[in-house]
Design a protein. Structure first.
Length: 89
């Protein structure tokens, strides 16, 4: 899982590139967005959370499954808040 240092490093990276992501980072994120155990930055964390919310909604995941993912994988305040709002967990 992503730690505080990884989050800070990602934000620094984003700032240094003036909000423009290099193509190799985008390709990496797209290619690994189903691997939450490999999260290495806030961009990756946000992608994993957003993808999960969409998949849970489209596939009708159980409340228990959603709650477990939220507790064990979600880290962002926005992702947790949206999950609670959308799914009522």
């Amino acid at each position: 899982m992503m730690n505080e240092t990884a989050m800070q490093d990602t934000m620094l990276f984003f700032d240094q590139h003036q909000g423009v992501y290099p193509l190799d980072r985008v390709a990496y994120l797209v290619g690994h967005h189903h691997s939450p155990e490999q999260i290495d930055g806030i961009d990756y964390q946000i992608l994993i959370e957003a993808d999960y919310i969409v998949n849970a909604s489209e596939s009708g995941y159980s409340q228990q499954t959603i709650q477990s993912f939220m507790e064990h994988t979600m880290k962002t305040t926005a992702g947790i808040r949206l999950t609670k709002t959308v799914f009522g967990v």
